[in-house]
Design a binder for this molecule. Structure first.
Ligand code: H53
Length: 831
């Protein structure tokens, strides 16, 4: 509102209804779009019509900035970041675009004058669920920060027709339904039918000698598809930079197969088109990949080849020779999902541009950088050789050649250590043979990074240890961050206003400025306002919970929240052990004075992950028993929020008092929810895992509830014959909790339902719940004690926000720019 506000009247003095920023211009633009795009007038317009009319109004203004951005980049020809990610979870666009453009207030007023409530239009938007969890959301935070920092960048991915499934809870169970997010159309995207590339698959290769006597390779594919670009503008905060999220949609190479058509095979011709489109049809709903799925490898190859061909097209327009490709572009691999890019770039350089091997390899090795997001061995992608051979025969040849040259180097360096070459090889020779994508990524990249200090350290000591010994200079850490625009300003406007009043503007793009809050941490009047902000968000969440679950929760209770993907390592069931412990305590002693708590869960399980689904069932079963038990009423309540999403997160993070970050130490690479909660004044109960370690360091140990084994103790415990049974026998409260679950108490007497969960805990307990139980319970007791002292609690909450500055994704992106990408801001002036 500040800098862009343009009060000139449309018509009279030149403010266009396509670009004007005043209330009047926006009002006219809205009506114009409603009429000419939607073909509606106000009296008959549906919510969808009004939403679209506003979205187009905003989009016009985005396109204005986008065109200016492209012009600027064309003139300056800057070095450009290309982010390759199979997943993006950008969240709803409307609210953020209005906020970033600074036209929230004039828009609200313009709509008000037409009797329309802006919030209802914002609430109507369905978000693109083009990701599973942390990795996809991180990519979206990075887009926001790249644009805000005015860095030339394109984010490439797949425009899935069906995103992450919708989660319903029926009889306590997760039921998946398809996410038809495009059903009503997507006003934020612009299709670019003229930007499309061939995607070959299958077939064989032919080696031959050309007229000049040079060795050449021709890939004769079995099939060819096309990838078509669909662009979404991504605006930075308080700047004119609009970067692109360019997603690829698969189509048949020709709309219909005319050969088949002419043969009278109409049906076959149409089928071919349908089959092509399946490539970008649906997102794999696993947070860690399911290994060995053909379509998944196809998807990866599909978006990678389209993206690289697109970069080459842009590169041609600069007039630079192809040997300097890596000077124009720096390409970040978001996990191993796009790692095939290393072989694909080599293929394009060798077979299409006819570079010699060494030159092509030089370009490739200076183009890519690789971010690893996990230490879990089951999440490290590898592809069976026969599958790879059948889909990407030319790539496999290139990978063999890369590997053979690489292993020669390794053997030369370690002549007396043959095992090392085997461990480092791209090919896992244990039968059946596999291609290890993490190895391909490491060998083809000039930089390799983890996503939190601890994770980067463990990478060097464990899964990538041999690579670290070989190339220590390649390894870096880039601790994750999240965007304060979406997760503070937009989600928590009350907090935003209080911060603006206290600190002035500027903190939104320089989060370290929040330090200024420290001076107010003990001020009773400020504390009171702080509590009011939290209270207001807790009431708002209570409204949502009522809408979504029909459960009434009490805003004066402590909101104890765990929202994230459901996974054993994240230990939602440890949280349950605590809830049942409290339940038992009250049942034993009905007069017990405890701090009333509302436990809030949310998150999806991979559809094929039986144990995670059983955990969801147990959460809902415990909720059912607890919520209807009069003995605990007013003291305990348990809620499972169905279909957790970015949008729902925006209600949840600002309302939390306690944020549960309780993964087994060493398993969570970073976590980013931990940052979103803390930024909104929730206190963390957590283990020394992922970014928790650094959050605790910054906010201060006294403002963080720490419990549990650290990563070293976890490995030692597991290495030294861990016996969960001993913990069960030694702790009466723990025994009572486990026995109660085993008794069928939460399953209408059915002892078998939760048996697999109980058995696993007592016999294996690979994630050490029982080992951490006692410490967790004691720590939760400390949480309750602290909550009884509002002054102390509020001080801790204020200090969490004051010291969270490091966890802005602006800081993360600035570090990537400086240490990896070597790119500079390119400010954009509005034409
Ligand atoms: O990536 C987040 C981390 C989080 C980690 C997550 C992740 C995925 O969401 C999917 C695959 C994968 O290998 C890792 O689990 O700890 O915060 C962003 O880095």
């Amino acid at each position: 509102m500040t800098k862009h506000n343009n009060t000139t009247k449309p018509g009279g003095n030149g403010e266009s209804i396509r670009t004007g920023m005043s209330e009047e211009a926006i009002r006219l633009a809205f009506l114009d779009n409603l009429f000419y795009v939607q073909g509606r007038f106000l009296e008959v317009a549906s919510l969808d019509d009004k939403y679209k009319a506003l979205a187009y109004t905003v989009r016009d203004r985005l396109l204005h900035r986008w065109v200016s951005t492209i012009r600027t980049y064309q003139q300056a020809n800057p070095r450009t970041v290309c982010y390759l990610s199979a997943e993006y979870l950008p969240g709803p666009f409307m609210g953020l675009n209005l906020l970033n453009m600074g036209i929230e207030e004039p828009t609200r007023k313009a709509l008000q004058s037409l009797g329309i409530d802006l919030e209802s239009l914002i609430a109507y938007e369905q978000e693109p669920g083009l990701g599973n969890g942390g990795l996809g959301r991180l990519a979206a935070c990075f887009m926001d920060s790249l644009a805000t920092l005015q860095i030339p960048a394109t984010s490439y991915g797949i425009r899935y027709e069906f995103g992450i499934f919708q989660q319903d809870i029926r009889n306590g169970e997760q039921v998946e339904t398809t996410d038809n997010w495009l059903h009503y159309g997507n006003p934020w995207e612009v299709r670019r039918p003229q930007i499309s590339y061939d995607v070959k698959i299958g077939g064989h290769t032919e080696h031959y000698t050309n007229e000049q006597g040079l060795h050449r390779v021709r890939w004769v594919p079995h099939e060819t598809f096309r990838g078509v670009a669909i662009d979404t503008p991504i605006l930075g905060h308080d700047v004119n930079t609009v970067n692109l999220m360019r997603l690829w949609r698969a189509e048949a190479a020709e709309a219909l197969d005319f050969h088949a058509f002419n043969e009278g095979d109409y049906y076959g011709a149409v089928l071919r088109e349908v089959r092509s489109e399946t490539i970008s049809k649906v997102l794999y709903p696993n947070d860690a990949p399911e290994i060995g799925k053909r379509l998944r490898l196809l998807q990866q190859h599909f978006f990678v080849t389209c993206s690289l061909q697109d970069m080459m097209r842009v590169h041609r327009t600069t007039g630079m020779p192809i040997e300097r490709f890596h000077e124009k572009f720096t390409v970040q691999l978001n996990d191993t999902h796009p790692a095939i890019a290393v072989a694909e770039l080599m293929r394009l350089l060798l077979d299409n541009h006819h570079l010699d091997w060494d030159t092509a390899w030089h370009v490739t090795r200076h183009t890519f950088a690789y971010t690893n997001h996990t230490l879990l061995p089951e999440a490290l992608e590898k592809w069976p050789i026969p599958l790879f051979q059948s889909l990407l025969p030319r790539h496999l040849e290139i990978i063999y050649e890369i590997n053979s040259r690489f292993l020669d180097e390794v053997r030369q360096r370690y002549p007396f250590d043959p095992d090392r070459a085997q461990r480092l090889s791209i090919i896992d020779e244990t039968l059946p043979r596999h291609v290890r994508m993490a190895h391909l990524a490491c060998i083809g990249s000039f930089a390799i990074n983890g996503v939190a200090e601890l994770h980067s350290q463990l990478l060097k000591e464990t899964v990538l240890r041999d690579f670290y010994e070989l190339w220590p200079e390649k390894f870096q850490n880039k601790t994750n961050g999240v965007t304060p625009r979406r997760f503070m300003l937009l989600s928590n406007p009350g907090l935003g206003s209080l911060l603006n009043e206290t600190l002035g503007h500027g903190w939104e793009t320089d989060l370290e400025q929040l330090r200024g809050l420290e001076a107010h941490a003990d001020d009773p009047a400020f504390q009171e306002r702080w509590r009011q902000v939290k209270r207001q968000r807790k009431e708002a969440l209570a409204g949502e919970v009522h809408k979504l679950c029909g459960i009434d929760i009490t805003p004066t209770s402590l909101y104890d929240v765990q929202v994230k993907r459901i996974h054993e390592y994240k230990r939602q069931h440890l949280n349950l052990l605590h809830i049942i412990t409290l339940y038992n305590r009250i049942k034993r002693n009905p007069a017990l004075d405890i701090v009333p708590r509302t436990f809030i869960f949310g998150g999806k399980s991979a559809p094929g992950y039986a144990m995670a689904k059983l955990i969801i069932r147990l959460i809902n079963a415990v909720a059912e028993m607890v919520n209807r038990d009069r003995d605990v009423a007013g003291r305990l309540k348990v809620v499972f929020l169905p279909n957790f999403s970015v949008k729902l997160g925006q209600w949840v993070y600002p309302a939390a008092d306690i944020s549960q970050q309780i993964s087994t130490a060493g398993k969570e690479a970073s976590g980013t929810g931990n940052m979103k909660f803390s930024m909104n004044g929730a206190l963390t109960i957590g283990t020394l895992d992922g970014a928790n370690v650094e959050i605790r360091e910054d906010v201060g140990a006294e403002n963080f509830f720490l419990f549990g084994l650290d990563a070293d103790a976890v490995s030692h415990t597991l290495a030294n014959g861990y016996r969960p049974w001993d913990y069960y026998n030694a702790n009466q409260e723990l025994k009572d909790v486990i026995d109660l679950i085993a008794s069928g108490f939460f399953a209408h007497g059915d002892r078998s339902l939760f048996q697999p969960l109980v058995d696993h805990l007592l016999q294996h307990d690979s994630y050490l719940l029982l080992a951490d139980y006692a410490d967790y319970i004691a720590c939760q007791d400390q949480v309750s004690a602290a909550y009884r002292d509002p002054q102390r609690w509020t001080r801790m909450s204020i200090l969490n926000v004051a010291r969270i500055g490091k966890f802005s994704s602006d800081r993360t992106i600035a570090e990537y720019c400086r240490d990896i990408w070597k790119v500079q801001p390119v400010p954009v002036k509005l034409d």
